[in-house]
Design a binder for this molecule. Sequence first.
Ligand SMILES: Cc1cc2nc3c(=O)[nH]c(=O)nc-3n(C[C@H](O)[C@H](O)[C@H](O)COP(=O)(O)O)c2cc1C
Length: 399
Amino acid sequence: MEVFETTKIGKCELKNRIIRSATFEGMCDEQGFPTSDYYSFYEKLAQNEVGGIITGFSYISTEGKAMQPGQAGIDSEEKIPYFIKLTDNVHKHNCKIFMQIAHTGRQTRKQETGKDVVGCSPKKSFYFGSKPKVLTSREIYEIIEQFGYSALYAKEAGFDGIQIHAAHGYLIHQFILPSINTRDDEFGVDPKTKIGTKFLDLIIDKIRQKCGNEFSILIKISWGDDYSDKFSKGQFVNLISFLNTKMIDAIEISYGTMDYALNVFRGDFPADLILSKNPFYKTKSRFLKILNKTFVFPFFKIKLKPLKPMYNLEYAVLAKRYTHIPVISVGGFRGADEIEYSIKTKKTDFVGLSRALINEPDFVKKIKKNGQYISKCKNCNYCAIMCDTNNITKCYTAS
Ligand SMILES: Cc1cc2nc3c(=O)[nH]c(=O)nc-3n(C[C@H](O)[C@H](O)[C@H](O)COP(=O)(O)O)c2cc1C
């Protein structure tokens, strides 16, 4: 396999095997409509050789909205014309675009959504803190319907497909994990596989039913987490084996939940920026700053996983042993040689990039020209911390 060869995700042809992984933009208005920043941001990426783009996570309902300002929403028909403008712009450059659709579940706050925080169980996320209202079976079926409609709106807006966000601790992931899903109804954890897939199963079927077989369905999952009752390799294999029975077109392998968000990304822990920008930690009090820096942050740092190159690749390799569905590996790809190695040796079918493209939107163009090129991203994670502010996503430390 070659990096720069035409290939397919479902029925959709891509000019190479590099995907821009979902990256929150912070470029939509309060109702989730795209602004001019959103259009130009994606046009710039599309012009610069990336094979396919997955948008930042977009909410399927206001209840499932994130607490970060500026999130895109695909929760109503009204949005369709605004996204048509986006997909037209991207398609002009022979680039494909998939919309990531999500419901945050317990990983949000009522003060931002205006709605009760909901979850599959009453278990709180320790970072977000709200005790979720437990979803009834009827409400779960309504959310499945909303996923279906959002995918249909995305299709009508010209997207080549959608990516179901089943990773990073959001609602679908909450259902998958036995450490969160304590239900004893049909949406509970299967005692045989030790994972809860019924919710996801019905979402996939609903989207297929509404959007047909030509529309690409991608899915993003986490291979592990940082809770004390950790997701095991066996559970991961069961999840892949389940996905292998479904009509989906690509599986992206990521890691973690937003309770330990920096383990999703890896890299630096920018303590001072967190203290000045993060809504849970920002404070003017010198005392609280010192307290957090001396006692709270060291606790997080103990749990912090190191940023190694291609840090989720091992699990992409494992996934490929249990599925014929194309796999995307994301996390820690910085060198042209790493991308080439992973594709040539068939360890993954696609490579996903987030921060390298925040830092240099023309990174793919550069590696196409120079097989030794290395990203200038410093892994400072300022881009991630700034998602919690009213600022757009960009590289804050590019030299
Ligand atoms: C600023 C920022 C925003 C992100 N937003 C999303 C998102 O909306 N959905 C998602 O699935 N992952 C999101 N991610 C995670 C990335 O897709 C990716 O999994 C992670 O950053 C590791 O890849 P990298 O080393 O190429 O950055 C985000 C990452 C960053 C840095």
